[in-house]
Design a binder for this molecule. Structure first.
Ligand code: FAD
Ligand code: FES
Length: 249
């Protein structure tokens, strides 16, 4: 179990949409899509580090996409080039690329597109995989830079109809067209999509974003219910087969 934080320097931290920032950190990291890091850019307070998924990786930096919702992410949003940040990771199981063959649909809701970007990048290097991307937002889309222009099929829905279809992306999504579906987004979205995929007989993987404290399997804060009993979202997940989870409607 990894538990050592490393210090690194911020490469870039830029606002890309309302309350959404893209943070790159210098360094070379070996990461599987769907894994996450515990990040902190402060001393004692707030007590807990914040879990953030890997959005992209290249030879010289790792990139995160984050939504500013509270104290921790507000501190992240003030970081400037050269500032220090501490990282623990990569953590979690990530997506099993061997499972993702044939026609693969990636479905993201809001900031849930963050981990799907790196998954898309990895999958599009694999022969025998045809990836399509489906993204839903309240308003203006974000986080699709790698996908736009390179993905054979990109569907967007926005609740205010500013781009793409009006409403929820999963209402426009047909699981039967795919061999496997991957989803990251609000729990209610994932729950509805799991049901839709189950009805269509199509397997689905989801990335659970439970609240976390330690990120390494020690505190049980991130417990989620599965058909095999309680599991830790940080150490046993965050990626689970939809069919094993018991989610609230
Ligand atoms: C495995 C994993 C990967 C994640 N990846 C990303 C990512 O790539 N980008 C991103 O923006 N966010 C991601 N999150 C969510 C992110 O960790 C929280 O938004 C963040 O911790 C909030 O910290 P804060 O100090 O800004 O807010 P806080 O002040 O701690 O909380 C503000 C509000 O957000 C709620 N909140 C806190 N943590 C979570 C959580 N985990 N899920 C849902 N609501 C929460 C609180 O209940 C509160 O209402 C991820 C979470 C997990 C578990
Ligand atoms: S966050 Fe501590 S066990 Fe998962």
């Amino acid at each position: 179990m990894k538990s050592k934080y490393v210090e690194a320097a911020v490469y870039k931290n830029e606002q890309i949409s309302d309350c959404v920032f893209r943070l790159s950190v210098k360094g070379s990291f070996d990461v599987k899509p769907g894994q996450f890091f515990m990040l902190r850019a402060w001393g004692q307070e707030p007590l807990l580090s914040r879990p953030i998924s890997v959005h992209d990786v290249d030879d010289e930096k790792i990139t995160f996409l984050y939504h500013v919702v509270g104290r921790g992410t507000q501190i992240f949003s003030k970081l400037r080039e050269g500032d220090d940040i501490s990282l623990l990771g990569p953590l979690g199981n990530g997506f099993e690329l061997d499972m993702l063959k044939g026609k693969v649909a990636l479905v993201g809701g809001g900031i849930g597109v963050a981990p799907l970007n790196y998954l898309y990048k990895k999958l599009s290097m694999n022969e025998g995989v045809e990836v399509s991307f489906h993204a839903g937002y309240r308003s203006q889309p974000f986080g699709l830079e790698c996908i736009q222009g390179s993905c054979s099929l990109l569907n967007i829905a926005t609740e205010d109809a500013c781009v793409g279809e009006k409403g929820y992306i999963i209402d426009y999504f047909e699981p039967k067209l795919y061999d496997i579906v991957v989803c990251c987004g609000p729990e209610i979205m994932m729950s509805k999509l799991i049901k839709k995929c189950e009805a269509a007989g199509v397997p689905i993987l989801v990335s659970m974003e439970k609240k976390m404290a330690c990120g390494i399997g020690a505190c049980l804060v991130c417990t989620c219910k599965t058909k095999d009993g309680n599991k830790r979202s940080c150490a046993d997940g965050p990626v689970f087969l939809g069919s094993e989870l018991i989610l609230n409607d």
